[in-house]
Structure formats: structure tokens, C-alpha cells
Ligand binder design. Structure first.
Ligand SMILES: *[C@@H]1O[C@H](CO)[C@@H](O)[C@H](O)[C@H]1NC(C)=O
Ligand SMILES: *[C@@H]1O[C@H](CO)[C@@H](O)[C@H](O)[C@H]1NC(C)=O
Ligand SMILES: *[C@@H]1O[C@H](CO)[C@@H](O)[C@H](O)[C@H]1NC(C)=O
Ligand SMILES: *[C@@H]1O[C@H](CO)[C@@H](O)[C@H](O)[C@H]1NC(C)=O
Ligand SMILES: *[C@@H]1O[C@H](CO)[C@@H](O)[C@H](O)[C@H]1NC(C)=O
Length: 345
């Protein structure tokens, strides 16, 4: 029994000891584990912060020129020096427009310009507000063509032109020429729209929505493109090499088929443009300027009104849109006539 007791007692004590040891070591292990856990949490936190900082510098911080220059010597935008070769007939100081519509065009788009002059571009007063529509052109090497443009400009007094080669890949220069014109000659206007010759613009609805929105400064709207990637396929019209644009994503921008900004934004874009790296996609370039200025894109309306693609015409539909893309000159005329006769006449 004694033996048994001792035998029993020993293991009990040992067991207790063992238990104590076990208990001790398990607390120790717990502590170790906790410390490890803390360390791991710290490490995860640190790497997150590191990654965030790294991404901030490379991916999202579009204007960290120092780090970017180190990786890619990207050229910044340079505007075309010299005077305008054609200017529209307007005195913005005396008679400031509410909205200036700037339409990128080129020599060959004469039919489209004529169609716009007869349709949405001819509208001078909408809801008591003054509207003007001007065309942005570059120069051609062909002297006869240049003479035609000069004659057209003298006749319609609605052409803005500077001396740069008119090519698709010079669209950023063309848009920035328009921004420069606003800055230098028409900063008294309230809003600017940039659009294209193959776009239909419902100037009535646009004016109505701008008046309803009641925004006057730091305003930029259109068809929002918030998460676009550069196209790296060489055969694409929008191909952009890594040399031209190394980052993986574009900043938020609005489709170049039609965007609207308050005039103060135009002046600010003009002001920062020469510190922004050049990209031939004009709408992305404007997006880069806006990111630098910390101006956020906004919707003009809760429903979609800017259509960067072709949509089927109907009066009821077009009453509630601002832009529709891929419109032929003949369609400009028919859409406009239907819209005006069925809604305003
Ligand atoms: C621009 O125009 C101004 C006045 O209209 C003139 O004095 C100046 O020489 C012109 N500059 C160029 C580069 O043609
Ligand atoms: C336009 O620029 C080119 C060079 O870029 C120059 O040779 C030409 O004389 C300029 N034309 C005018 C009208 O200023
Ligand atoms: C853009 O215009 C400039 C100035 O006229 C010209 O030197 C350049 O070649 C043009 N770029 C393209 C891609 O046509
Ligand atoms: C237009 O620009 C001029 C000169 O930069 C400036 O003095 C004026 O205040 C501006 N006007 C508006 C309405 O912003
Ligand atoms: C242009 O930028 C300078 C500094 O970069 C600033 O002082 C000035 O106010 C800006 N002008 C406009 C019109 O934004």
C-alpha cells in the first residue's frame, strides 16, 4: 500500500510537476507564440506600408518625377510656340459666352464642319445663355489646303489654328491649343466643352444640366473612365509603349469624344501642362493634368448622358443625352432636324 501510495504519490507529484512544467512551458510557448504573432503582425504591417509607399511612388503617384525620371526619362508636354494663325471673331471680355464648344477637326472634315455649323453649332442662345462653337485645326503642308482653311476661317470666323502638323498623333497639341485659346482669349466664359466632328451634341440638354448642376469651379465631367489600362498591342490605334507611359493604369479621365469643364479648370490645365509627361492620347493627358491638380471627375447626371459610342437615334432618347459618337454629317442634320422640330418647333 505504502509502496503503492508512494508509487501512486510519485507519479502524482511527477505528474503535477510535469503538469506544472507543462503549464509553465505552455505559457512560455504562448508568450513566445504571442511574440511571434506580434512580430508577424508587425512584419505584415511593415510590408503593407512598404508596398503602399512603393505603389504610391510608382503606380499611383503619377507625378513623382524624380523616381520616374530615374526609371524613364519621359519628356514633358511642350506647347506650340508662336501666335495663332487663325482666330475666331469674338470678344469674350465684352460678351462672355456661357459655354464654348471646341471641336477638334482637320482639313478633310469640311462636310462635318458644315453640318455642325447648320445644327448644334449654330445655336447662339440656349435658356438665355450664350453658346459659341469653334473648330480646332492644325496646319497642313499643302499650301492650297492651307489657303482653303484661311478662306473658311475668314468666311465663318470660327477656326482656331496654330502652326503644327495636323495628324492624329498630334491631338494632344490640338486640344492644348484650345485650352490655350480659352486661357488667353476667353477666360471670362463659364464652361468649355471639348468634342469631335463626328459627335452629336444636344446643346439644349447640356445647358440645362449645367445650369441645374450649379457648379462653377473645379468641375469636370463627361463619360468617366476610371480604371483604364494602356493598350500594349502594337496594332491598336491606341497603342502606347512602356517608354511613352510606363505605369500600369491610367489616371481617371473622360472620353475625348466629349467632356465639359469649368473655365477655371482650363486655365489651371494650361498652367500645369508643361510639367506633365507627354502622351499622345489627349484625353489621358488631360486626366494626368487633373490628377496633378487634384480635380475629381464628376457625373453630370445620375443617368448616362455622354455616349462614347454610336447609339440608335430616337427623339425621346436624344432629348436626354448630351453626346453620341460616330455620327455622319448627314446624320447630324437629320438628328438635329428631328430633335428641333419635335421639341422646340
Ligand atoms: C505675334 O503677334 C504679335 C502682335 O500681334 C507680334 O508682335 C509678334 O511678332 C508675333 N510673333 C510671332 C512669332 O509671329
Ligand atoms: C510653321 O512652322 C514651320 C516649322 O515648324 C515653319 O517652317 C513655317 O515657316 C511656319 N509657318 C508659319 C506660317 O509660321
Ligand atoms: C506634331 O507637330 C509637330 C509640329 O508641327 C511636328 O514636328 C510633329 O512631327 C508632329 N507629330 C506628328 C506625330 O505628326
Ligand atoms: C482672366 O485672365 C486675366 C489675366 O490672366 C485675369 O486678370 C482675369 O482675372 C481672368 N478673368 C477671369 C474671369 O478669370
Ligand atoms: C499657376 O501656377 C502657379 C504656380 O505653379 C500658381 O502660383 C498660379 O496661381 C497658377 N495660376 C493659375 C491660374 O492656376
Amino acid at each position: 500500500m505504502k509502496m503503492g501510495g508512494a508509487w501512486l504519490g510519485l507519479p502524482v507529484g511527477q505528474r503535477l510537476l510535469a503538469l506544472g512544467h507543462e503549464h509553465f512551458s505552455s505559457t512560455w510557448r504562448n508568450m513566445l507564440y504571442f511574440r511571434k504573432f506580434r512580430l508577424i503582425v508587425c512584419l505584415i504591417g511593415l510590408s503593407c506600408a512598404g508596398l503602399w509607399a512603393f505603389y504610391d511612388l510608382t503606380e499611383f503617384c503619377i507625378f513623382c518625377e524624380k523616381s520616374q525620371d530615374y526609371l524613364f526619362p519621359i519628356e514633358t508636354f511642350r506647347r506650340i510656340e508662336g501666335n495663332f494663325s487663325q482666330l475666331p471673331d469674338v470678344d469674350c471680355q465684352k460678351n462672355p459666352p456661357f459655354l464654348v464648344l471646341l471641336v477638334t477637326s482637320s482639313y478633310h472634315h469640311i462636310d462635318a464642319r458644315m453640318a455642325i455649323r447648320q445644327t448644334w453649332g449654330k445655336e447662339r442662345i440656349v435658356a438665355g445663355k450664350r453658346l459659341v462653337t469653334y473648330f480646332l485645326l492644325g496646319s497642313t503642308v499643302n499650301l492650297r489646303q492651307q489657303a482653303d482653311i484661311t478662306a473658311e476661317s475668314q468666311k465663318y470666323k470660327d477656326i482656331i489654328q496654330k502652326n503644327f502638323t495636323d495628324t492624329y498623333y498630334n491631338l494632344t497639341l490640338k486640344t492644348m491649343m484650345g485650352i490655350e485659346w480659352i486661357h488667353r482669349f476667353c477666360n471670362q466664359s463659364s464652361f468649355v466643352m471639348k468634342t469631335d466632328t463626328d459627335v452629336f451634341v444636344n446643346v439644349f440638354y447640356l445647358t440645362e444640366l449645367l445650369l441645374r448642376k450649379k457648379r462653377t469651379t473645379r468641375f469636370f465631367t463627361g463619360f468617366l473612365k476610371l480604371h483604364e489600362f494602356p493598350i500594349r498591342r502594337r496594332r491598336s490605334k491606341w497603342y502606347v509603349s512602356k517608354e511613352e507611359y510606363p505605369r500600369k493604369t491610367y489616371p481617371p479621365f473622360c472620353s475625348g469624344t466629349g467632356y465639359v469643364l469649368s473655365t477655371d479648370v482650363a486655365s489651371q490645365i494650361y498652367n500645369v501642362s508643361e510639367s506633365i509627361s507627354f502622351i499622345k492620347l489627349e484625353d489621358v493627358f488631360i486626366g494626368l493634368c487633373l490628377a496633378k491638380l487634384k480635380i475629381h471627375l464628376e457625373e453630370l447626371h445620375s443617368e448616362q448622358t455622354f455616349f462614347p459610342e454610336r447609339i440608335t437615334f430616337s427623339v425621346s432618347r436624344f432629348k436626354k443625352i448630351v453626346t453620341c459618337h460616330e455620327v455622319e454629317p448627314s446624320e447630324q442634320l437629320s438628328y438635329w432636324n428631328h430633335l428641333v422640330t419635335e421639341t422646340h418647333g
